[in-house]
Design a protein around this ligand. Structure first.
Ligand SMILES: CC(=O)SCCNC(=O)CCNC(=O)[C@H](O)C(C)(C)COP(=O)(O)OP(=O)(O)OC[C@H]1O[C@@H](n2cnc3c(N)ncnc32)[C@H](O)[C@@H]1OP(=O)(O)O
Length: 425
């Protein structure tokens, strides 16, 4: 077996993320992913050229989008001979796509590939109940007009109410927010700490725009130039006034300010070997060196739904021979401020680290000044499958700008999963 090849992150491009039912209200997943992909092609001068594979996905998509990513490629500026396919691992999709492309590059199966993700909360697919579905199938089979009328007479008023996908776990029927509220309570995460983390996310993202950091990461779309959820004018006082939206009574600490908003958006990342980058007049920003996934039993077990990264990161550190402190940057996806804080607290907790992770000593603290230095999902928003690409591209650029270093990426995902990775320069 030959040595694995180095996997370079060469460029990233996304469209600004929009709040649900605002600027991208009439844009489909395909529209948004095409815009992000074409922006990447323009930025890297790859127009009309072929790459090894395009791998991307959406968490919420219509049945008609069964071959979405290949269709996007056919409608894009890339050569139509570029293979493409969909993957889906909930909020881990974008990062998992980058890992998949990276692994194929490392194994010598492709020299370059594009990973991506897209989601629309505005154009969520509606479905009908099973009763109406059977009626519609029977209607399709009915041959005569009276037969069709007979079938239609079976429709009940409640059948015409569409089923709207809920942001909830099928096995518990609880929303992600309700699950996170239970974890916040278990770990004693305060409202003040959550608001402080949310405030920092907005300030850091605003500063990233101000210093021009976002310029070669984003292509404006439908007139939007910046993430629509970003509030440079938010304050701790304003955040403290918001009413809790998840949790019960006095103990509820999670608000619209310290939870991610429902969001529309798309992101893409170009990965390749060093040689391919050089041949195409491009250069590596950073290298994807390690990755890991983990899952927790949040249904019958004692673990919180969004706590899988607490397990995935130590496993990856052990394989990489690193400690939690060996990083210059930490990109921890902010599904909810409380979930980031519970994960950090778990890594500092001797009992959790001993009993659940089997470690002799806690993983220890993360330097908060190195955490989400250019803002994260609380400020940018979180179009589920697009978040991984946003993070990979921003961290690679940050490492390049820094002239080197190491960054940790940690993303929690529905179904009790975690996808984590390391970028190095
Ligand atoms: C693995 C994972 O990633 S899991 C995560 C998956 N994602 C989710 O589950 C999404 C969760 N989010 C949601 O369901 C929704 O966005 C909610 C329930 C949190 C909030 O929904 P809404 O109530 O529609 O939020 P909305 O945007 O209207 O904000 C409510 C109020 O807070 C205010 N607000 C929100 N953020 C801020 C802020 N940072 N600073 C000041 N005010 C703020 C708004 O201005 C608004 O005020 P108004 O009522 O006076 O207009």
């Amino acid at each position: 077996m030959t040595e694995p090849r180095k996997v370079a992150v060469v460029a990233g491009n996304r469209i600004p993320f929009a709040r649900q039912d605002k600027t991208y209200r009439h844009a489909s997943n395909s529209d948004m992913l095409t815009a992000a992909l074409n922006g990447l092609v323009d930025r890297t001068g790859l127009g009309g050229q072929e790459v090894g594979e395009v791998v991307a996905g959406a968490v919420l998509k219509h049945a008609r989008d069964w071959n979405m990513v290949r269709e996007v490629v056919l409608g894009s500026k890339l050569a139509p001979t570029t293979p493409a396919y969909d993957i889906q691992q909930a909020c881990g999709t974008g990062l998992e796509a980058a890992i998949l492309v990276g692994n194929k590059i490392a194994l010598g199966q492709i020299d370059a590939g594009i990973a991506g993700g897209v989601d629309t909360a505005s154009d969520a697919p509606l479905s009908v109940n099973d009763h109406l579905r059977n009626i519609l199938l029977d209607l399709n089979r009915a041959k005569t007009y009276p037969d069709r009328l007979k079938v239609l007479a079976r429709v009940r008023p409640k059948d015409v109410v569409p089923e709207i996908p809920r942001n909830a776990e099928p096995r518990t029927r609880k929303s992600m927010g309700e699950h996170a509220a239970l974890t916040a309570l278990e770990w004693g995460i305060t409202r003040e700490a959550q608001d402080e983390l949310a405030y920092r996310s907005h300030m850091n993202l605003a500063a990233a725009y101000d210093r021009g950091f976002q310029q070669d990461l984003i292509t404006p779309y439908l007139g939007l130039e910046k993430d629509q959820n970003l509030r440079p004018d938010t304050t701790l006082e304003k955040l403290a006034k918001l009413k809790p939206v998840f949790g019960q009574g006095e103990t509820a600490t999670m608000t619209a300010g310290n939870s991610t908003p429902l969001t529309d958006g798309a992101s893409t990342v170009l990965l390749s070997t060093d040689e391919w980058a050089e041949q195409h007049g491009l250069r590596p920003l950073a290298y994807l060196t390690h990755s890991q996934t983990a899952a927790v039993d949040y249904v019958k077990g004692a673990e919180g739904l969004l706590m899988a990264p607490a397990y995935a990161v130590p496993r990856m550190l052990q394989r990489a021979g690193l400690t939690l402190q060996d990083f210059d940057y930490y990109e921890i996806h902010e599904a909810f401020a409380s979930q980031v804080l519970a994960t950090l607290k778990a890594w500092e907790d001797p009992i959790f680290c001993k009993e659940r992770l089997g470690l002799d000593a806690p993983l220890g603290e993360v330097d908060r000044d190195k955490l989400n230095v250019n803002g994260s999902s609380l400020a940018a928003g979180h179009p589920f499958a697009a978040t991984g690409g946003r993070i990979v591209a921003a961290l690679a650029k940050q490492l390049d700008e820094n002239g080197g270093g190491r960054g940790l990426i940690s993303i929690c995902a529905a179904g009790g999963q975690g996808v984590v990775a390391i970028l190095e320069k």
